[in-house]
Design a protein around this ligand. Structure first.
Ligand code: AMP
Length: 140
């Protein structure tokens, strides 16, 4: 049986404005903001504004809205960071590697021969803020 959505998750708090984020982009249906523990420079997250735990309970409309924003932001991030490629990742339930139970897609600008940084290490907040501005400025 599918697990219930918990509206006390940290991304729901960000959507309600209860905790801050470094916003990159938003439209009526989605929000993109920076991951505070970046695995690459420019690591950001795209979430739907409406509740769902992950891809498994998301509606086709929620997924379509997220993908539209993912493509827009991924191209901007590739431009902003002069990246060689983009890694997109998304985890479903704890066994699938998910830690925050509001659907999100990770966007990672990638450079040839540069590995991910370690997980769970908080980034420099001034640098992350600057990266958000770089990506936002490159959105078409
Ligand atoms: P996962 O659910 O495994 O995809 O991981 C959740 C992601 O959310 C991790 O990459 C965290 O670094 C990130 N994260 C957790 N709290 C915040 C926050 N307050 N603002 C931005 N990113 C966060």
């Amino acid at each position: 049986m599918a697990q219930a959505y918990d509206d006390q998750n940290i991304f729901a708090m960000i959507l309600r404005g209860e905790i801050p984020c470094f916003k990159v982009f938003e439209d009526d249906e989605t929000l993109c903001f920076m991951d505070i523990n970046p695995r690459t420079d420019g690591h950001c997250l795209v979430i739907p504004k409406t509740p769902c735990r992950n891809m498994l309970d998301a509606t086709p409309a929620q997924l379509a809205a997220c993908m539209k924003t993912v493509k827009k932001v991924a191209n901007a991030a590739k431009t902003a960071f002069k990246a060689d490629g983009i890694t997109l990742s998304q985890f479903n339930e704890a066994a699938g590697g998910q830690e925050v139970f509001h659907l999100h897609f990770h966007i990672h600008p990638r450079h040839d021969d540069v590995s991910f940084k370690p997980a769970g290490v908080q980034g420099d907040m001034d640098a992350i803020k600057g990266h958000a501005e770089m990506i936002a400025a490159a959105i078409e």
